[in-house]
Design a binder for this molecule. Sequence first.
Ligand code: 13P
Ligand code: SF4
Length: 298
Amino acid sequence: MIEEAIARLKERENAVILAHYYVDGAVQALADFVGDSYYLAKVASRTDKDTIVFCGVRFMGESAKILNPSRRVLLPDAFADCPMAHMANRAQIAEMRAKIPDLAVVCYINSTAELKALSDVCVTSSNAIRIVSALPNRNILFIPDENLGAFVRSKVPDKTFYFSGGYCPVHAQLLAADIDSERAAHPDAPVLAHPECRADVLARADFIGSTAEILAFAQSDGAHAYILATEPGVLYELNARCPGKKFYPVTPICADMKRITPEGVLRCLERGEYLVEMSSDRMAEARRPLERMLELAQ
Ligand code: 13P
Ligand code: SF4
């Protein structure tokens, strides 16, 4: 049984397995901790295990390594990367810093370590409103996700926002017309949406939140059926926590998250691959905004 082989290797390597809600249910079932990006970053920063196996995309493994550099961080798949993590660049940030006084560069955690290193603070979808509100700066360059940034702007109207033009190619595929036709089929089902969705999709949502917030809402809410506007990997936990409720997913899958398999987890523990490595300078620069996020999100 692959589960037993993984458990043996986990013991041998003194490892902890973390998994994001978007990976396959079979992988979530193997994990010691399953959560959204914010929760997993906190768990990674505090673990005393020698090895962290991060079942998610590369920026998640990098954040774990940056926050807890003495641990070995392994990714089960070397190519599981988030396309949005690359959708801003050094020149854009430098130009905006030169042009706009009192600018805070706010970097969604879905970003490369290089982008984090150039930023003032990191955020995740579950703490972005709180952190942007707490910043003393009036001008915000929000990178790389413009959809999440525009959602935060709608909640923090006293600040001026600038964007790098990035987006999640998975959530951005979902159109308002898709929500309208799903609503016509299930008129009583509230729409639960992740803030990476387009603004006109969010305008049709009954609840907007990170994956963890969507789960908590669905668990406590009284409806019996929901339209789910986020990556369908969340269904694994939704079905476990909300027996008897029905969910209609409308967002496509994230192919990068789905690269993580139980076989990949086994291989990763067996061979000690794929190791997350960065220069110590890069890690030190990227640690500042990540630690500031953890402080401000308290
Ligand atoms: P959260 O984990 O913050 O809900 O973000 C979703 C996501 O796109 C992760 O890649
Ligand atoms: Fe990146 Fe979107 Fe996939 Fe999340 S769902 S990892 S933001 S591409």
